[in-house]
Design a protein around this ligand. Structure first.
Ligand SMILES: NC(=O)c1ccc[n+]([C@@H]2O[C@H](COP(=O)([O-])OP(=O)(O)OC[C@H]3O[C@@H](n4cnc5c(N)ncnc54)[C@H](OP(=O)(O)O)[C@@H]3O)[C@@H](O)[C@H]2O)c1
Length: 342
């Protein structure tokens, strides 16, 4: 991989200090080298954006008039700001939330063209209904931003036979994206953007415990979140490979560490006692920058199968570059959603 993607850049953008005293530190045993998912594709350009760049700044001058985006988790945190900024740049944004009230209320707050859509990611028949509703809109999807998520659910819960974070963060998005791929590939240059996390490094040793997807053995809220975020990255990587013959791309990212409702399951802690002085949370506009950059920047038109942080490519850990693991995840996910996939 090019000089831009180094272990140092991973360390610089670490999540080690995130939600500090309540969550595990991230250990860095990163590969030094990025293994391209789709050989021959361009390396993402580096740029001067950094952790202080906001979504408005990284999309400045980009005209999205005539383009359509779908954003999951549009009613809160990074999803709401993503919808706001993409609509501000002229896109028609289909805002997906868990129920009609949330989706409609979020869309109503946006200046620009939005359409509310109900996507409850544990409801597989409901995802099919939502995808059919998008198909009925007769639009191509220029941007499919798989953003919704939950973190560190304290007790073991399940949906669709798997642990809840895997079900919401990965499996629901896997089904939604597959049901919408025709719309993505119908766009001139469709982009699937998967919001993963540096917390992919919290995953169990195996990366994904295929023999324990229901977390029947040894449930750990943070490992389960990490596993779901490895799944986000691997899904994006395998999708990039599968889309290689089309103009569509698939990339994943870490948004930074931002105080949002994602921390709803974390215990309350004193603010700064344990926080290194150098650590600063990103604001929501800053935390939304990378997904808006990856979704819109013209220089990324052919870039696919990469993982970004602070609007620049970085190297994820070895699990997120493991093509055999990615292929197995796709196969298992297809089996788990087989009744709804096509
Ligand atoms: N914040 C961070 O520091 C950070 C760091 C790394 C990665 N991320 C990732 O960034 C993404 C956005 O998180 P955020 O920080 O913006 O959190 P957030 O404010 O909690 O937003 C999460 C969104 O996901 C939705 N959601 C949760 N469960 C769902 C389900 N079953 N079906 C459909 N939607 C569901 C939520 O809906 P409700 O409001 O209805 O629950 C909400 O709209 C997540 O994928 C997260 O893993 C965040």
């Amino acid at each position: 991989m090019g000089k831009s993607i180094t272990r140092r850049s991973v360390l610089q953008t670490s999540m080690a200090a995130s939600f500090l005293s309540t969550i595990p530190a991230v250990s860095f045993a990163a590969d030094d080298v990025y293994k391209p998912a789709v050989p021959g594709r361009p390396v993402p350009p580096t740029n001067d954006f950094d952790k202080s760049s906001t979504a408005e700044q990284v999309t400045e001058g980009i005209n999205l008039a005539g383009q359509v985006a779908l954003v999951t988790g549009c009613n809160s945190g990074l999803g709401f700001e993503t919808m706001r900024v993409l609509a501000m740049r002229g896109a028609h944004v289909i805002g997906a939330a868990r129920n009609q009230e949330k989706a409609a209320a979020a869309c109503a707050q946006i200046d620009g063209k939005t359409t509310p859509l109900v996507v409850e990611l544990t409801d597989l028949p409901g995802i099919v209904t939502a995808a059919n509703q998008v198909a009925d809109m007769d639009v191509a999807l220029d941007m499919l931003i798989l953003n919704a998520g939950i973190m560190a659910v304290p007790d073991r819960r399940q949906a669709n036979g798997v642990e809840l974070q895997f079900a919401v963060n990965h499996l629901g998005h896997f089904l939604l994206a597959n049901r919408l791929l025709a719309q993505v590939t119908a766009a001139k240059q469709g982009r699937v953007v998967v919001v993963s996390s540096a917390a992919h490094r919290w995953a169990p040793e195996e990366g994904i415990q295929f023999d324990n997807l229901d977390a029947a053995v040894g449930y750990d809220p943070f490992k389960a979140y990490g596993q779901s975020k490895v799944a986000n990255g691997l899904f994006s990587r395998e999708l990039a490979r599968r889309l290689a013959a089309t103009t569509a791309t698939s990339n994943s990212l870490h948004p930074g560490v931002i105080k949002t409702n994602l921390g709803r399951y974390l215990p309350e802690t004193e603010e700064s006692d344990d926080e290194p002085r150098s650590f600063r949370y990103k604001s929501i506009p800053e935390g939304t920058a990378t997904q808006c950059y990856v979704a819109t920047n013209p220089e990324l038109a052919k870039v696919t199968g990469y993982y970004f942080d602070n609007c620049n490519p970085v190297v994820p850990n070895a699990h997120m570059q493991d093509d055999a693991l990615a292929a197995k995840l796709w196969q298992v996910s297809a089996e788990l959603t087989a009744d709804y996939l096509s």
